[in-house]
Design a protein around this ligand. Structure first.
Ligand code: SAH
Length: 218
């Protein structure tokens, strides 16, 4: 092995290939995934698994989501590039990195300060200047910055996220895993004439959304 590796412009090529094989076709999204290094968002002792299509522990009992889930959720947001997006559950920052390339602004909320700061350091290092960070209970949204064109919840909610729905523009899309603590349905909610139109597209398993409109403290 040479001690110095030349810069690889496609560190996420294997991830893009895997999700493509599982039916993700959006070329912009695949390009973003191929250019992004998931390794950077994974703790050193888990790096050898960074390209596996599964969730990986990132400390504090939390995980970086499975790449396929990141791709499906992002695709469901149907981003054109002009949107202001709210993400609940910054976690590793990987999903925020993907969103920051496909939307105009990303607002991301994390309840655990250590994770928020770590994600921010990585994303600042990548030169992402269109991401804003908040530490707190994301189930209450970010009222000072509302409304949002899109909202993505990356932790499992026990029920319909009403405070978040209220912070969505008319015609906006909210994506959230909704269910019990062991399994959820990935639910796509669109605001139509002020009312939610929901459909669930697949089963999934996320860590718990903890907060006022989530699960109570662990
Ligand atoms: N989007 C992340 C995945 C994070 S896992 C990524 O790409 O890596 C879910 C995250 O949601 C965890 O970090 C957890 O601490 C956080 N979380 C749980 N409940 C929350 C709440 N009410 N508000 C904000 N973050 C929350």
């Amino acid at each position: 092995m040479p001690s110095h590796r030349p810069h690889d412009p496609f560190p996420g090529a294997a991830i893009a290939d895997q999700v493509r094989q599982h039916g993700i076709h959006d070329p912009r999204l695949l390009d973003v995934l191929a250019r992004l290094s998931r390794e950077k968002f994974v703790p050193p002792d888990e790096r050898r698994h960074a390209l596996d299509d599964r969730a990986i522990p990132i400390g504090q009992e939390q995980t970086i989501s499975q790449p396929f889930m990141v791709a499906v959720m992002t695709q469901e947001l149907a981003l054109s590039g002009t949107e202001r997006v709210l993400e609940i559950g910054t976690g590793s920052g990987y999903q925020a990195a993907v969103l920051s390339e496909l939307a105009s602004e990303v607002f991301t909320i994390e309840r655990l300060v250590t994770l928020s700061l770590r994600a921010r350091a990585i994303l600042d290092g990548l030169g992402r200047t269109n991401i804003r960070y908040l530490v707190g209970d994301g189930t209450l949204g970010w009222p000072a910055e509302a409304p949002f064109d899109r909202i993505l919840v990356t932790a499992g909610a026990p029920g319909f996220p009403s405070a978040l729905f209220n912070q969505l523009i008319e015609g906006g899309i909210l994506v959230a895993p909704v269910g019990d603590e062991f399994s959820q349905e990935l639910t796509i909610i669109q605001k139509q004439n002020g009312r939610p139109e929901s459909r669930s597209i697949m089963g999934c398993r996320f860590v718990k959304l903890i907060g006022a409109e989530g699960w109570s403290n662990p």
